[in-house]
Design a protein around this ligand. Structure first.
Ligand SMILES: [Zn+2]
Ligand SMILES: [Zn+2]
Length: 243
């Protein structure tokens, strides 16, 4: 479906996708002759969120600062002006801009706590950057993914070795599981802490992890050292790092 503007310019030649992805309220406005999605020219230094739209005013692409909810189930994205107007039951937080360097404290600002692998207890997030850790690995993985399931026990071995050698190395699991049950089952195989199931959206947006992908991101001295999408390369890298 080709969608034309009132002056005859092609707005999109992929109108089916556009209409299908539109919220009902936007479609209602569309049927009244208003723009389905609108946007504006970015000003200097403003980030363009290519695949994101504002859940309130339907700006797409969303330009400038983007705000989301700390509760993943809400799945909202708000532009700067809607975030100040809309009242929301949970705390809203600004998305971090991909590829921009932030402190670990800032990176984890949307995470309320970590889940301890052995106990029911919550680990305060600040222990990550207060304990003088040399390296941290963020493990984006899901139980549905056969290479991940295969890799997890190998990673657990590396981890336990590092712990017994008193290397200051920590791993944090960031789930891409379908539901909380699968998440809990998967994380029971892991000796390292996890980010709560409902608190991963903003980190995934920052690291541009979408859908079913496995990733391992290694920080050394709080800087991103390497991003591994092939986990075997991580193992080779780790071995070299240790010799
Ligand atoms: Zn908006
Ligand atoms: Zn919310």
């Amino acid at each position: 479906m080709v969608v034309l503007s009132s002056s005859g310019e092609t707005i999109t030649s992929d109108g089916v996708d556009e209409v299908q992805s539109a919220p009902e309220e936007a479609l209602k406005k569309y049927s009244e002759g208003k723009c389905l999605f609108w946007s504006r020219e970015p000003q200097e230094g403003e980030y363009v969120w290519k695949n994101a739209k504002c859940s309130q005013c339907f700006m797409r692409p969303l330009i400038g600062s983007r705000h989301g909810c700390t509760n993943e189930e809400c799945r909202i994205s708000l532009c700067q002006s809607c975030s100040t107007k809309k009242e929301h039951e949970h705390p809203l937080i600004e998305y971090l801009i991909p590829n921009q360097q932030y402190s670990l404290e800032k990176l984890f600002s949307s995470i309320p706590y970590l889940l301890d692998p052995k106990k029911e207890e919550h680990i305060p997030i600040k222990t990550i950057y207060e304990n003088d850790l040399k390296s941290i690995g963020l493990y984006f993985s899901g139980h549905w993914c056969p290479p991940c399931r295969h890799f997890t026990p190998k990673l657990a071995e590396i981890y336990q070795q590092a712990q017994s050698d008193s290397k200051s190395f920590e791993i944090i699991f960031i789930s891409s599981d379908q539901d909380e049950e699968a998440f809990n089952e998967y994380r029971s195989e892991m000796p390292w802490p996890s980010i709560p199931f409902n608190s991963t959206t903003l980190l995934k947006a920052y690291f541009q992890i979408s859908g079913k992908k496995i990733f391992f991101i290694l920080f050394i001295d709080y800087f991103i050292l390497k991003r591994y999408s092939n986990i075997n390369y991580f193992i080779i890298g780790w071995k070299n790092f240790n010799t």
